[in-house]
Design a protein around this ligand. Structure first.
Ligand code: GTP
Ligand code: MN
Ligand code: MN
Ligand code: MN
Ligand code: MN
Ligand code: MN
Length: 215
């Protein structure tokens, strides 16, 4: 277990769903709600301050999260409206929250990497992952400032530090000690592995450091 989610959510209450589970839930649980959030990343290996290349971490690769209105970190995205498919929901929310130009970039089913179910909330959380070029990433990042929800639901977009400093904690492990919305911390970990920005080995070293830091 990775401990606690946002302000008291127990991370163990978020169950990873497999293909059949989704259909079964839909036929057995009434009033299910859906939400869809996504991680946009770019790979740009380089050395930070000519220094942090330890253990082959990919340096300064970028990966966006947002500071939410509620003070928590989370991925852009949101609740899926009634009659809307999750993939349409994420595209709409991406436009609202980070000003994503849907003529140029949009999420499709191929970008979906995992779904989770929180029984207590009756909520299914769909998580998507999209790679863009480093140049496009920087352009997208600038656009967030003119998104319709900027200053309302979104209080800023942040890059996740993907390196660990000499003390073994500052950098990515310390970043994980922030407060996250829903199960965004688990999604971040899953997304970084799926994006191959971290190997399993590198992630287990980082998670061990994070756990020691927060104990
Ligand atoms: P409103 O338009 O005000 O309803 O907000 P929204 O549609 O943008 O919804 P929001 O992004 O707050 O997400 C809805 C639910 O998903 C909330 O219960 C959050 O706790 C949860 N949530 C928020 N961010 C994330 C995230 O990054 N990952 C996951 N899995 N859940 C999240
Ligand atoms: Mn300085
Ligand atoms: Mn929203
Ligand atoms: Mn949102
Ligand atoms: Mn919404
Ligand atoms: Mn809204």
């Amino acid at each position: 277990s990775e401990g606690f989610g946002a302000l008291g959510d127990n991370i163990d209450d978020y169950k990873l769903l497999f293909n059949n589970d989704l259909n079964e839930l839909k036929s057995t649980v009434q009033n299910l709600k859906h939400a869809a959030h996504g991680m946009i990343f770019a790979k740009k290996p380089n050395l930070l301050w000519d220094l942090y290349d330890q253990k082959g971490y990919v340096m300064a690769s970028t990966n966006n999260m947002q500071v939410r209105f509620d003070g928590l970190l989370g991925f852009p995205g949101g609740l899926v409206d009634d009659g809307e498919e999750p993939v349409d929901g994420i595209n709409r929310e991406m436009h609202e929250e980070i000003g994503l130009d849907l003529e140029k970039y949009f999420f499709s089913d191929e970008h979906h990497i995992a779904s989770y179910y929180h029984a207590g909330k009756g909520l299914i959380l769909h998580f998507y992952l999209m790679e863009v070029s480093p140049e496009d990433y920087c352009e997208l990042e600038l656009k967030t400032l003119s998104a319709v929800e900027y200053g309302i639901e979104t209080c800023g977009i942040v890059r996740v530090p993907l390196f660990t400093m000499g003390d073994g904690v500052r950098g990515f492990p310390a970043y994980l000690a922030n407060q996250f919305a829903g199960n965004a911390r688990s999604e971040l970990i899953k997304g970084l592995l799926a994006a191959q920005l971290f190997s399993e080995k590198e992630m287990s070293v980082a998670l061990k450091a994070y756990k020691e830091y927060t104990e």
